[in-house]
Design a protein around this ligand. Structure first.
Ligand SMILES: Cc1ncc(COP(=O)(O)O)c(C=O)c1O
Length: 394
C-alpha cells in the first residue's frame, strides 16, 4: 500500500480528477471489496436456487448441510463489533434497522419517544410515523447552542427524560454536527429513569473502535456501507437478548418466530452480496491498518476544522475530543444561511469544480461537514476552501 493521501485513489473507482470529502454521507467501497462482491454474485448465478434457497439462510424444517452464508458473514462482522452473532442481524441500512426497532416497540397511547435535534431526519420521521399510528408522542430535544460539550449534552438529555418517556433514540456520532456523544453515560442515565435506548451508530463501524455490549443499550443500529468499506446496501442491527422479545424486521417472511437471525436473514428474495462481501471491507481496513486509517482520517477532519475556521473567522463549537473522522465547521454568514444557499453552494462545488462535500443549513446558519478518508490529503482541503470562497463571492 502507498502512504495515505490522493495516491490511495488507485484503490477506488472514484474519479481521480474529483475531490471526495463526503465519505460519511455516501461511502465509497474500495475496488478490492467490489471485486469480492462480484465474485459472490458470480457464485450465486452459477446456481441461484441452490445459493438463495438452500445455502443462504436457515429457515428450514430440517438442518442445513452447511452453516448459512448469512451467518458466516454475521460471525465475521459480529466479532468486529464485539457482539454474539445470535444477537446480530444484517439490515440494508441504518434506516431499515431503526424502522425495525421503532415499529416493533410496544408504544402505548401517551408514551413518549425522545430524540435530539442533532439526529438524522429520516429517523425522526420514523419516530413520528410510529407515534402517529400508536397514539404516542415524539419530543425532539434541542441540545445546547452555545457550545457542544459531551458531559453537558448527557446532562441535558438526562434532565429531559420525563414520566412518559419510554424510549430514547440517540446518535453515537451525530448526523448534522458529527459529534461523538458519550453514549455510555447517556444510556446509564436513561436506564436510571427506566427508559430503553436505541443507539443510531450509522457513522461508527470502521470510523471508531466499537465494542457494543459494554455501552449497555437495548439496540444498536449501524451502517457498514459508510465507514466500514462495505458495498451498498449493508448495515446491521444488534439487540440485547431481552430486547429481542418483540423485535421483527420491517418485512415479515419465512423466519417468523424462529429467532432474530432467521427473521432478519431472509425477508424475501434479495441480493445478499453486500452483506456477504462486508467481511472483505473489514479485511481491507485491517490491511491498510485500522489505527493508521483512523488517525489519518481524524487528522483530515480536525485539520479541516482548524484550517477552515481560522480562514473564515468562525468559531468551532467543540473541541477535538468529540471529533472522529468527520468535523462540522460553521461557515460565515456572508456565504449564505438557508437550505437553498447550502444546496446552491454544494451544487456549484460539484458541477463546476468536481468537489463533493456535505454543506447544509442547521439552526439558521450554514455548515460544512468534512469527512476524512485515506484517499484525502491537505491539498483536497485547500481546493475545497478556495472553491467555496470563489463561489461565495459570486
Ligand atoms: C446518524 C444517521 N442515521 C441514519 C442515517 C441513514 O443511513 P442510511 O441512509 O444508510 O439508512 C444516516 C445517514 O447519513 C445518519 O447520518
Amino acid at each position: 500500500m502507498p502512504s495515505f493521501g490522493r495516491s490511495m485513489l488507485q484503490h477506488w473507482l472514484l474519479d481521480p480528477d474529483s475531490v471526495y470529502l463526503n465519505h460519511g454521507t455516501v461511502g465509497a467501497p474500495p475496488r478490492r471489496v467490489l471485486a469480492a462482491q462480484q465474485a459472490i454474485r458470480d457464485e450465486i448465478e452459477r446456481q441461484p436456487a441452490r445459493f438463495i434457497l438452500r445455502e443462504l439462510a436457515d429457515v428450514r424444517q430440517i438442518p442445513m448441510r452447511m452453516k448459512p452464508r448469512m451467518r458466516r458473514a454475521a460471525e465475521h462482522i459480529a466479532a468486529f463489533v464485539g457482539v454474539c452473532p445470535e444477537d446480530f442481524a444484517f439490515v440494508s441500512n441504518a434506516t431499515e434497522g431503526v424502522n425495525a426497532v421503532l415499529r416493533s416497540f410496544p408504544l402505548q397511547p401517551g408514551d413518549e419517544l425522545l430524540l435530539t435535534d442533532h439526529g438524522y431526519g429520516g429517523v425522526t420521521n420514523t419516530a413520528r410515523y410510529v407515534a402517529g399510528r400508536t397514539g404516542g408522542t415524539v419530543r425532539v430535544l434541542e441540545l445546547p447552542e452555545a457550545r457542544w460539550d459531551g458531559a453537558e449534552i448527557a446532562e441535558v438529555i438526562a434532565r429531559a427524560i420525563g414520566p412518559k418517556t419510554r424510549i430514547l433514540v440517540v446518535d453515537h456520532v451525530t448526523s448534522p454536527t458529527a459529534l461523538i456523544l458519550p453514549v455510555k453515560e447517556i444510556i446509564r442515565r436513561a436506564h436510571e429513569a427506566g427508559v430503553k435506548v436505541l443507539v443510531d451508530g450509522a457513522h461508527v463501524p470502521g470510523a471508531l473502535p466499537l465494542d457494543i455490549p459494554p455501552l449497555g443499550a437495548e439496540w444498536y443500529v449501524a451502517n457498514l456501507h459508510k465507514w466500514a468499506m462495505s458495498p451498498r446496501s449493508a448495515g446491521f442491527l444488534w439487540a440485547s437478548p431481552e430486547a429481542q422479545q418483540d423485535l421483527h424486521p420491517t418485512t415479515i417472511s419465512w423466519g417468523l418466530g424462529k429467532g432474530m437471525d432467521a427473521e432478519f436473514d431472509l425477508t424475501g428474495t434479495r441480493d445478499p452480496s453486500p452483506w456477504l462481501a462486508s467481511p472483505a471491507g473489514i479485511d481491507f481496513m485491517r490491511g491498510i491498518g485500522l489505527d493508521e486509517m483512523r488517525a489519518h482520517n481524524h487528522s483530515i477532519a480536525w485539520g479541516a476544522a482548524t484550517m477552515l475556521s481560522a480562514r473564515w473567522g468562525t468559531r468551532l463549537m467543540t473541541d477535538e475530543s468529540m471529533v472522529g473522522t468527520m468535523a462540522t465547521i460553521p461557515m460565515p454568514e456572508k456565504f449564505g444561511t438557508g437550505a437553498d444557499d447550502a444546496q446552491r453552494l454544494k451544487d456549484a462545488l460539484l458541477y463546476e469544480d468536481r468537489i463533493e462535500a456535505q454543506v447544509h443549513s442547521f439552526k439558521g446558519r450554514m455548515w460544512v461537514r468534512i469527512s476524512g478518508q485515506v484517499y484525502n490529503d491537505v491539498s483536497d482541503l485547500e481546493k475545497f476552501a478556495a472553491s467555496v470562497e470563489r463561489h461565495a463571492r459570486k
